[in-house]
Design a protein around this ligand. Structure first.
Ligand code: ADP
Ligand code: ZN
Length: 759
């Protein structure tokens, strides 16, 4: 866990009208330092070097933190002025900075955040800088466009066309138009506008293409909060007014008004003239959320995720740095945006495993949010119906404040949860919907209500087997089976994404017509539901079934408006959608997540089942959740059913504490991979033998062993785990330890501090 210090901050000056800053502001008034022409400076570049490089400040000097272009060998590369030069290089050879980019310099707190995040995750600084400079065209000159507004002169000769243009400009007051907007609006050709410009009747001006975002107004009417909600909102507002760091775990069942509460925290943050960041896990699905923010504050916030256009990314990046953007709603990488004065970070659904970035820089956005906030004196809100055990334990230990919303808002009540004991149900082979679940669905169809059948498995069937020889079709490059996707008519590897046509004959024994599928995926379940309920409208929600996020959003909206009787879905549906007419949730295989050796298996199953169950009965109608299980007496299943969340966490905490695993111990995972299995294993053995730095902090090394998925994309994977006592200085020891291994052209090594998944 990141454990930031609490540092009070001096009163801050109101930021005023900063969104009106011209884009090409020559000075950033609060930039911390300045280097004169020719001074020796250290520049951190995005190139994979393990140190800063010395340069000379350019003609006219530059600010500390300035984004610059510097020569490196024959190339020009992007960098940031990191500090005073080291002077340990032949001074006569030090070259000058080529150009200072026209963007706000990196602030000292961002430098500190990147440095501490790098230390924490054992990531090289250039990789951290790449995260923080992730906007296209930063080095482009400021892009301008021409706009048109009413001029001073009156033309001697008027035509109908000219009159229409001037009327449009007068009608819209002081607004300016692009050439196309103006000529379209007036219904004239662009040459008419140009003619008026020559006469001085219309003024032509250059304005920056990257415009500030519309102001959000915290003064618009808010919801009338319930007593619980108001208390929570007041607590958060108090923290914001104090201008101090603090983290609050906001726990409440789905529908209890967590969003309503943290929107009031956003409002308070806006009143303080500071910026707010709301992180969401499933960013493709935020339409409803953006509308909600728009309704509360009168304008939409900036939206940052992989689906956003390059132009919009650049605009957000720049505006966030200049103060022309007050609220960003985004995916985890938004944490690295250059906020000018970040006062609040909300991590919604904080338990969600997608906050952990699993390739490239391995960081957990939830922990990094806490780190960043502690550096810039911001408040963090971790919101969840089913918090992670880490956050629960931090609240227990008093490091985080904890606020609970205990009731659902309005008439909605938590659904009734029951198990269906599959040992007592009779089911024909290749069928998964038990008679009990079937009749429950039927009752909902008759009542005109919706049911959700939940199965966390994409595709048609997880296994394709040859009945002649027993061969199972596997990915050629991975240690994984190929999954049939019947809608796409392909086999697909869920590890590497490789697809192949579904063969007629067994690839091993070449016998034809003997391939059979085993087990259900959502597509197969859809078939079963269609057969069982021929008159029902069945909709399937799975991330791979939609070509675009937009198509998925449309489908979700259609379902919300009653466009389906039965919804079949993967964990995609567990997250935040509001289907008011949904009153039954059937979990096809509640035992699925309990298998496997992952230390978070119980926690994840508990969270997922509670979340899915929470989809039922959001509006006036009470809901029911039925869990199909072969082990109704399993402690996790019992905890899910009883709804005794504190009891579950306490029991889970006891077990983890006894085993010395997170959050009561620390872990690091090392994966060595190579096309040559021997090379990967030898490197693992060398590490295991050289474990002195690990033993020195009282920690232990486990392995090397083949990773649970022993081959991905043709690379053999060997894993070592480090288990350390809670207070141990893990990162330093791991850094010293893995320095013994030199990754080469084939051998790769990845180091994961606080691993979340163990594949
Ligand atoms: P959560 O984020 O905990 O799932 P929401 O904030 O989305 O809960 O609230 C659930 C629903 O109840 C939403 O439609 C929300 O607008 C409504 N709601 C919650 N609290 C209030 C309130 N105090 N006044 C009016 N509507 C509310
Ligand atoms: Zn594969």
């Amino acid at each position: 866990m990141v454990q930031p210090a609490e540092t009070p901050k001096a009163a801050r000056s109101p930021a005023g009208d900063e969104d009106n800053l011209p884009q090409t502001a020559p000075e950033y008034a609060d930039a911390p330092g300045y280097f004169d022409t020719g001074e020796l400076i250290a520049v951190l570049t995005t190139q994979p070097l393990d140190r800063t490089l010395d340069y000379r400040a350019p003609e006219g000097g530059c600010h500390l933190g300035a984004f610059v272009e510097v020569p490196l060998g024959p190339r020009k590369v992007l960098g940031v002025v990191w500090g005073r030069g080291r002077g340990d290089f032949d001074l006569s050879k030090v070259r000058a900075v080529l150009r200072v980019l026209d963007v706000a310099p990196m602030r000292a707190e961002m430098q500190e955040f990147l440095t501490r995040a790098a230390d924490y995750t054992l990531t090289p600084m250039p990789a951290m800088l790449r995260l923080a400079a992730r906007a296209p065209g930063l080095s482009d000159p400021p892009s301008m466009r021409k706009v048109y507004r009413l001029g001073d002169a009156t033309p001697d000769r008027m035509t109908d066309a000219r009159t229409r243009v001037l009327e449009v400009l007068r009608d819209y007051g002081g607004l300016s138009f692009t050439l196309k907007e103006l000529s379209d609006q007036a219904g004239v050709t662009s040459s008419v506008v140009k003619g008026l410009v020559k006469l001085g009747a219309v003024a032509e001006e250059d304005t920056p293409r990257d415009l500030p975002f519309p102001r959000l107004d915290p003064g618009l009417p808010a919801a009338q909060l319930t007593e619980d909600q108001a208390r929570a909102a007041a607590h958060l507002a108090q923290g914001l007014r104090a201008g101090r760091y603090g983290t609050t775990l906001l726990r409440g069942v789905t529908g209890s008004g967590k969003t309503e509460v943290y929107l009031e925290a956003v409002a308070e943050c806006l009143r303080q003239n500071r910026q707010a960041l709301v992180l969401l896990p499933e960013i493709a699905l935020t339409e409803e959320f953006l509308r909600r923010i728009g309704a509360r504050f009168g304008a939409q916030p900036a939206e940052w995720h992989s689906g956003v256009t390059m132009t919009e990314r650049r605009r957000i990046w720049k505006m966030v740095g200049q103060g022309g953007c007050q609220v960003v709603v985004g995916a985890r990488s938004a944490l690295f945006l250059p906020f000018r004065d970040l006062g609040l970070i909300v991590v919604d659904e904080e338990h969600d495993s997608s906050y952990k970035q699993e390739d490239g820089v391995l960081y957990n956005a939830r922990d990094m949010a806490v780190l960043r906030a502690s550096i810039c004196d911001a408040q963090v809100v971790l919101a969840s119906a089913t918090p992670s055990l880490e956050s629960w334990a931090n609240a227990e230990a008093g490091k985080y404040a904890r606020l609970d919303l205990t009731a659902r808002f309005g008439p909605a009540v938590m659904p009734e949860l029951r198990a269906i004991d599959m040992r007592a149900e009779t089911l024909p082979s290749n069928r998964w919907i038990s008679p009990s679940l079937q009749s429950a669905v039927l009752r909902r169809i008759e009542a005109g209500e919706q049911s959700l059948l939940f199965l966390n498995r994409r595709g048609y069937a997880p296994v394709t087997i040859c009945r002649a020889c027993g061969h199972q079709i596997a990915c050629p490059d991975c240690d994984a089976r190929m999954v049939e996707h019947r809608f796409l008519k392909r086999l697909m590897c869920h590890q590497c994404g490789e697809t192949a046509p579904i063969p007629e004959a067994c690839p091993s024994c070449e016998v034809e017509g003997k391939l059979a599928v085993v087990g259900p995926g959502v597509e197969r379940l859809t078939e079963e539901a269609q057969a069982l309920f021929p008159n029902a409208r069945v909709a399937t929600l799975s991330s791979d079934l939609f070509g675009s996020a937009r198509a998925l959003k449309e489908q979700i909206a259609a379902i919300g408006q009653g466009g389906a009787d039965i919804v079949i879905g993967t964990q995609l549906v567990a997250k935040g959608h509001n289907f008011p007419n949904l009153t039954l949730v059937g979990v096809i295989d509640a035992d699925l997540g309990l298998q496997g050796s992952d230390l978070r298996a119980a926690e994840r199953t508990f969270q997922l089942m509670r979340q899915v169950a929470g989809r039922a009965g959001r509006a006036e109608k009470p809901g029911t959740a039925l869990l199909q299980t072969f082990q109704p007496e399993h402690p996790v299943i019992r905890a899910i059913l009883s709804g005794d969340e504190e009891g579950f966490w306490r029991a889970e905490a006891r077990e983890r504490e006894a085993a010395g695993v997170p959050p009561y111990g620390r872990m690091a995972g090392i994966v060595l991979s190579s096309p040559d299995p021997q090379e990967a294993f030898d490197a693992g053995l060398a590490l295991a033998r050289g474990d002195a730095p690990i033993r020195a902090i009282g920690a232990q090394v486990y392995g090397p062993a083949p990773a649970p998925i022993a081959r991905v994309r043709g690379r053999h994977r060997v894993r070592l785990l480090v288990k350390a006592p809670k207070g141990a200085a893990l990162q330093g020891a791991v850094a010293r330890w893995v320095a013994q291994i030199r990754p080469g052209p084939n051998l790769r090594m990845s180091v994961d501090i606080d691993p979340q998944s163990f594949y």
